[in-house]
Design a protein around this ligand. Structure first.
Ligand code: GLN
Length: 540
């Protein structure tokens, strides 16, 4: 049986449970163990797909088409383990399954209750679809003390009872605040948080203390004593300068060692910290900068484009350059202001998006990129906008649009396919998950990927309308990536420009620290070349 590690959080939210779980996952995996990481979310949405980025940050999409919590993105980027639908569950999903079953008479006249029915369903989730994994790390969303997370905590308590302490480990992450005025580190919030956890029957085995400063040994002893945790299992985590330092920091604090010791295991090989050291070094010491504009509705919202920010950083690291993101809110980008906004950028990126607001600004920016040969990457909605811009300006279809923005346009160059037109429910009804795409020889895409067949993840409803394909092609917009099963266009590019690529999928979901995505590596490289050629021209 796999060993289960449950990660809970206390005192405040946003302490970095996801990053801690991902770092631990990496450390265990690099020492020869197979790992799965899962997330339990206490909110009532069935999945985060219907939540606005204002509420929840980005929606992460897995290969098998689940719309999940963005923490699953952290896990993948850090561990290179592809997450699955079965790795994320929400209270909403649990209740919806239970209610469906109840309506069918599946409970045989019983009263359906939180304990045991909800907790049983959570326990099923924890174990579901686990084959030969050595470790399953389960992160419980929210903070201990929240009403919503109680059934999850009760379920993990029962789980440990069912399977025994030798198979289950509880890690609790808390805040240990530093009080500047008295120059003191305070352990009381941690004591209270652990007390709360113990009151529901969970005794943490390891406490990770997030602190601005090193925790003096006396304070550690206090935490050990009051929280009933061995002193070597009081692990501190001091704010790191970059997230890529986290696995190194946890290794130095011996988190992985204590976990293995708990389960009476030895590392099968030494952890590989080299990539993290190199990356941390590049991130902290690179002086070279390239400005890339990202134009979207939520650009100023931390986490709304989390995977994209990370993928660009990965692309920068590979090119040994710091990507300086110029975040431009598409609403504010009036057509007349485009030149002013974009004059100092060496690359322009339009990310995924939904709805009409801000689209004309995006289209104007694409026109500027195309006419000035500035490297352009359009992702999903960004690609659709690039097709609209090209159709309006080059094909002369001045009313070209997506039927998402204008249902009655005579030229819906982006349109719904028949099967999408019937849809009434909003959640989970997009083209989701991994789809194949064949790349035409001699295309930029083929050159970038170095392959004829790729798989990328999707999250959208609208598609390029193939009625316009011939005209687009004849005038220079090449469909270089096609879904071999459906014939839908997945990539467009302009060979007349140095680097102008639009992709219907979301490459950012597949970029990891160790395997930066080739599209981002190439886009950052092109932006660097553009910068260099501009500087050279200026010097002439
Ligand atoms: N709104 C567009 C669609 O649904 C694009 C979605 C996206 O960018 N993820 O097709």
């Amino acid at each position: 049986m796999a060993r289960y590690i449950f990660v809970t959080g206390g005192v405040v939210s946003s302490l970095g449970k996801g990053l801690s779980s991902a770092s631990l996952g990496y450390l265990l995996r690099s020492q020869g163990y197979s790992v799965r990481i899962r997330k339990m979310d206490p909110y009532l949405n069935v999945d985060p797909g219907t939540m606005s980025p204002f509420q929840h940050g980005e929606v992460f999409v897995t290969d098998d088409g689940a719309e999940t919590d963005l923490d699953l993105g952290h896990y993948e980027r850090f561990t290179n383990i592809s997450a699955k639908q079965s790795d994320n569950i929400t209270t909403g999903k649990i209740y919806s399954d239970i209610i469906k079953k109840e309506r069918k008479g599946g409970y045989l006249g019983k009263t359906v209750q939180v304990i045991p029915h909800v907790t049983d369903r959570i326990k099923e989730f924890i174990k579901k679809d686990i084959a030969k994994e050595d470790f399953v790390i389960c992160e419980i969303g929210g903070t201990v003390g929240d009403i919503e997370s109680l059934p999850f905590l009760e379920a993990i308590r029962q789980f440990s009872n069912d399977h025994g302490k030798s198979k289950c480990l509880f890690i609790h992450l808390t805040l240990v605040p530093y009080m500047k005025s008295s120059d003191e580190i305070k352990t009381k919030p941690t004591q209270h948080s652990v007390k709360e956890l113990r009151s529901i029957g969970i005794q943490p085995d390891i406490v990770i203390c997030r602190c601005e400063q090193t925790i003096p040994i006396d304070q550690k002893r206090k935490i050990s004593l009051f929280c009933n945790v061995a002193i070597e299992n009081v692990v501190e985590t001091i704010d790191v300068k970059t997230i890529y330092e986290a696995p190194i920091s946890f290794y130095n604090q011996k988190l992985d060692k204590q976990v293995l010791k708990y389960f009476k295991l030895k590392p099968k090989r030494g952890p590989n910290l080299k990539p993290w050291k190199q990356i941390t070094n590049t991130v902290l010491n690179t002086k070279k900068i390239v400005n890339i504009a990202i134009i979207g509705k939520y650009v100023n919202l931390k986490d709304a484009y989390k995977s994209l920010d990370e993928a660009l950083t990965h692309g920068g690291i590979h090119n040994k350059v710091k990507v300086n993101l110029i975040r431009i809110e598409s609403d504010k980008l009036k057509t007349s202001k485009v030149k002013e906004y974009l004059k100092n950028v060496s690359g322009i990126l339009i990310p995924g998006g939904f709805g009409k607001r801000g689209t004309e600004g995006k289209i104007a920016a694409i026109n500027y990129a195309r006419n000035n040969n500035i490297p352009f990457l359009g992702i999903c909605f960004g690609m659709q906008m690039a097709v609209i811009e090209f159709a309006r300006t080059v094909l002369g279809l001045s009313d070209a649009n997506s039927s998402e923005m204008n249902e009655t346009t005579k030229n819906p160059v982006i349109d719904l396919m028949e099967d999408q037109k019937q849809i009434e429910n909003m959640g989970g009804t997009m083209r989701l998950g991994s789809w194949e795409c064949s790349l035409s020889e001699d295309s930029k895409a083929h050159n970038i990927y170095g392959s004829s067949l790729i798989e990328e993840r999707h999250r959208h409803r609208w598609e390029l309308n193939n009625k316009y394909l011939k005209d687009l092609k004849d005038l220079g917009m090449i469909p270089s990536g096609i879904n071999p099963r459906t014939g839908l266009v997945e990539i467009v590019e302009l060979p007349s420009n140095d680097w102008f690529v639009g992709v219907q999928f979301h490459p950012e979901y597949k970029s990891t620290v160790e395997n930066p995505h080739p599209l981002f590596v190439s886009f950052v490289d092109a932006s660097l070349n553009y910068k260099k050629s501009k500087e050279d021209n200026g010097r002439k």
